[in-house]
Design a protein around this ligand. Sequence first.
Ligand code: SF4
Length: 493
Amino acid sequence: MSQRKIRVAFVWPPGFLSAYSLPLPFAILKSQLDLDITEVRLFDCVLNHWNENSKELYLQLSNFQPDIVALSTWSPMFPESLAIFKKVKEQNPKCLTIIGGPHSSTYWKRTIECEPIDMILRGEAEFAFSRLIKNLYNDHKVENGVPGLVFKRNGEVISHPINYVDDLDEIAPPDFSFINLKEYNQLGYRWNSPPVNNAPLWITRGCPYRCQYCASPDLNGKVIRKHSIDYMIDHILDLYYNHDIRWFNIIDDNFTYDVKFAKEFCRRIIALNLPKLGFGTPNGIRMSRGDLELWSLMKQAGWKHLIVAPESGSQHTLDLMKKDLKLGIVEKKVSEIRKAGLKVHAFFIVGYPGETVADIKETFKLIIRCKFNFIFMANFHPLPGTPVYDQLVEEGKIPDGLLPQNFSDGLRSYTPENLKGFNFSLFFFKTHFMMLLTNPRNALYHIRVVIRQYPMRLILGKLSKTIKAAFNKEEVSSRYFDQAMNSQSQNIP
Ligand code: SF4
């Protein structure tokens, strides 16, 4: 048995936008740890304005002397995350380095090749991580009984199967003080919600769909699992009264999948009668999973708008995506949601492999026909580990190891050959402009969404990149896994 507590350093790497993301995985993990045997500290590069070369980050890490450095990352931030691990290993080769999050969960076979990474925790790590620490504390083999663990032994890669927790109520609620939620709110953390104190809620996990561009079913499984409504109500009341939270963003991929459950949740929220309470589902909902009664209950519970995800106005593109959506229902569902008194926002992806200019024009037509109150139009990015990524690698259209530089700065990491002459940025401008022109009564709302839901610095940055791209036509920006793997870490003075 260890003489002292196991010291865990959670590192939130540079590159995350504080307006969209916060270190929620660490707030959840921290709550599951046995603090009698663990000392845990967060090293948040975003809040501290550290990059992978910041002297202060390594000074603070070295003062803490961690036994484990654990990092959660997405694909765009992977090179910086790797650079941090390299430096950590230079400081202390015995320190255990563990990575989690979507990139390493879905692209684990290549990620584990990276020298400074000792282990990957795939999928959901709540109980896996605390089990690993108990093993370490009790001098047992660190990997014993740890689901989702990938590690190397004598040159061989060993991977344990993922185990999804059936009863989500066994998981303690996230410790938001640990990740400085208040500071994130002050910095402008909103994720498609108004500028009031807000917190993410994770009520259901899993997705049974098969959209080829998405990693979610791999990350959280294909079976929908739910917290009980009683558990969520206690959590909401705690955040409302003790943390002044007035807006809750349900970050589930499929909150309304079980329509009966979603209705019951709304009824319980309405019965609480809490003043100034608002809700959002910023990752969107499946239009087919809901009816007028649900939309009306959501409105009464505090939703102001719903985000739907048609992704394309062309059935051809939707079929390529395996979106399992019949275009015919979109207009009917949009007017049903409006009937409940909610505004309707929509997600779209353009530049999908196999899509044609004619398909993109169909998307434009659908947007104008539906008179969406706001749209989010994103360039297609192949995400490592997703089915479409593997398909593009197999067809020789992208190298294995292509990493998107950024999901939301308006630049693309891949353009299909047949769309190379297409000016995507100009198309984005034109679509928003035509939305304003063809639906002038919504113009004020459209502009208000932009101003209220995003910090000004983000709007200006994004706008200037998109304008530049509109004039350059071909603005592609990507990085490569091999470059990240082979780059030398910089000496920190
Ligand atoms: S995009 Fe949404 S519906 Fe499709 S697989 Fe991902 S989480 Fe599921």
